[in-house]
Design a protein around this ligand. Sequence first.
Ligand SMILES: *Cc1c(COP(=O)(O)O)cnc(C)c1O
Length: 383
Amino acid sequence: MSILPAPPSPIQLLDLAAEHAALQPALSEAVAEVMASAAFIQGPAVGQFAAELGGYLGGTHITPCANGTDALTLALMSLRLPAGAEIIIPAFTYVATLEAAALLGLKPVLVDALPDTFNIDPVAVDAALTPRTGAIVAVHLFGQCADLEALRAISTRHGIPLIEDNAQALGASFTFANGETAYAGTVGEVGTTSFFPSKNLGCLGDGGALITHDATRAALLHQLANHGQSRKYHHQHIGLNSRLDTLQAALLRVKLRQLPTNTAARQAVAARYDTALAAVPGISIPARDARSSHVFHQYTVQVKEAGRRDELQHFLKSCGVPTMIYYPLPVHAQPAYAYLGYQAGQFPMAERLCGAVLSLPIHPLLTAEQVDYVAQYVGEFFK
Ligand SMILES: *Cc1c(COP(=O)(O)O)cnc(C)c1O
């Protein structure tokens, strides 16, 4: 291989400093306002942000909370399931999805992923149902909706609540066979999301929210996230202390205004990668589900030849291109979840994906030149 030129400008997986610099006056003003009000807990910005996010998602109830993992915990708590109820969860996901169920004394039941979209396999969900199934948790992985048509049908047919872990796909939408279009997170009984800084809508610390159409459930979620209290010092439920800081809410109000532009920028980066990488023989580009928009939290390719993924990652690193592996180990192979008793080989697709996936840099400020540079060296590797 020839001597490599340096990248057009340093390529990062994410450039939050630059994104925030562009919003600096508004962000600083938001912080100053909260400081002046000194209403750090449940200040007005929390409700204002919740209303604005609900509006963005087509008009739905939002319950802000402390982080995306708590959102999953609160969603499950709101279902009031008996101890040991089975929660169907994808084997190919971030560990938080599993953690919430396990901490509540519920039983995670894993099902395999689809080979092309990486999302939960609805046929496997159907096969995993038992009389003890308490909920199905779908994750809209990397920014594209899981098969909400099939999942909603299963949920309705069996009366099993669907929870959507929407930490990675805020703003994505899904069109059903009947022509109805809905935002990710608004289809099931409860949707959850995270404002971890690297998510598509990130705050400057930890944050999360729950999404529901049901006003009664929204009221319950508000209570559960705030010590189970109906009013101060009156506790109806055993709850959590899981509130979104006023400061984060104020910052999120500024960042939410930028989300549609940022999503379009991510989609443009993905489209450019698609064109540049479609003909590279050694990889497959992310599969698009025609029923879902894709907000490209990650742009994740699959390396076809077993064992070459790590080599590609090292090669790209030597060219100044950082990449990430989401996720290197399926959840059933994590020591913490050995107690569930799953064996290697039980979820072949999740296991294969963990060895094949590579997420390329994608963020709203990535330039066309940088995308071309990355694509060029991915192509170079397979020559
Ligand atoms: C980030 C993430 C979470 C957890 O969110 P936190 O705010 O970090 O607790 C849960 N599920 C998925 C799929 C995620 O990507």
